[in-house]
Design a binder for this molecule. Sequence first.
Ligand code: SAM
Length: 214
Amino acid sequence: MIDTYKDKGLRKRLIDELTHKGINDKKVIAAMLKVPRHFFMHTDFRTHAYQDKAFRIAEGQTISQPYTVAFQTQLLQIEKGNKVLEIGTGSGYQASILVEMGAKLITIERNEILYENATKLLHKLGYNATCVLGDGSLGCANEAPFDKIIVTAGAPVVPKALIEQLKVGGILVIPVGDESVQKMHSIIKKSKNNYEEIILNDFSFVPLIGEQAW
Ligand code: SAM
């Protein structure tokens, strides 16, 4: 896998575009400048990897738009050593950004082929994430509690299990809405039974499919 000067230049241009769109977290910007997005995409789309667009991966799923990855990651306020759960491993790109930022990452994917592909790729690239095959709408009870949880598929409601598995002071970032459009929710757990929910911009994700989802 090669990351050429041209790739690096295109990546820099993309990140500049994201900063113009309001992304300002230096740690997010540094990680996105470092990780070659084209490694996570089908070779047919290689030349498009540094456009601010979502693209098809295998199994009818998508690698999220770079702006969406940056927006969600910025909301998480990742600190080095944070224990983070990602729901929807997909290509593994978002996972690599979180690991690059120093998160101890558990990432869960329901589709077996995507799980296998991403596990192999993350390992090959040296991104030390724990990959799990399963229904992330139930969280990952045996690894809980988490400092941060990110859901990268659209949910009809916030799954209760995810709030339960968040530490007090932790943040859950999740798109919630119908199957075509969702609003980004940022939920901060204030105490065991109390949380603050901030509802932000519209996004369009593939559906979160599972017991506490569609
Ligand atoms: N984060 C990914 C990336 O960086 O490429 C993009 C994820 S894609 C938009 C959404 C992923 O969520 C799909 O791979 C889909 O199979 C997965 N998914 C949907 N429902 C899920 C569930 N209940 N548990 C785990 N993964 C799920």
